[in-house]
Unconditional design. Structure first.
Length: 152
């Protein structure tokens, strides 16, 4: 088996989690981080739901259009709007904490870590490329939230 065919086989046989588990995990991560950032228990359930819905929207847009940064922007836009509406209708107490917790599953932690690792290992080109990807992801998330906060 050649190197290319081995990589192709590995790529095709690597199992991925089902969408329902990814959405559930995103909800759990968002809600628990909301509590860790000194959020209230009143915000726990809305953060769980908004985080799960935001990740689901990210996944759907990303698989349909294959534009990662656009899907992160749309998901952040939805997360921000849902957080503000949940506070407006009395379901949550603090929209800032709900937004922070809900966007955490979208934050590019792994690409940023890999960028730093590559830069420290002396792989300048791949490190800069990964850092740029992480930066563009963070900007897309920030722009989605900024658009919501500007108009609400």
């Amino acid at each position: 088996m050649t190197g290319h065919s081995a990589l192709t086989t590995l790529d095709q046989t690597t199992p991925d989690f089902k969408l329902r588990w990814l959405v559930l995990a995103a909800g759990v991560v968002g809600a628990t981080l909301e509590i860790m950032y000194n959020g209230s228990w009143q915000d726990f359930l809305p953060t769980f739901v908004i985080s799960a819905l935001g990740y689901y929207l990210f996944h759907v847009v990303n698989t349909r259009f294959k534009v990662k940064f656009a899907s992160e922007f749309v998901a952040a836009l939805a997360i921000g709007a849902l957080a503000v509406l949940s506070v407006k209708y009395g379901l949550a107490k603090n929209y800032s904490i709900v937004i922070i917790g809900s966007v955490m599953p979208l934050v590019p932690g792994v690409p940023l870590t890999n960028a730093v690792r590559d830069l420290l290992a002396g792989h300048i080109l791949s490190g800069i490329a990964r850092a740029t990807e992480a930066l563009l992801t963070a900007v897309a998330i920030g722009m989605g939230i900024a658009c919501v906060l500007r108009f609400f």
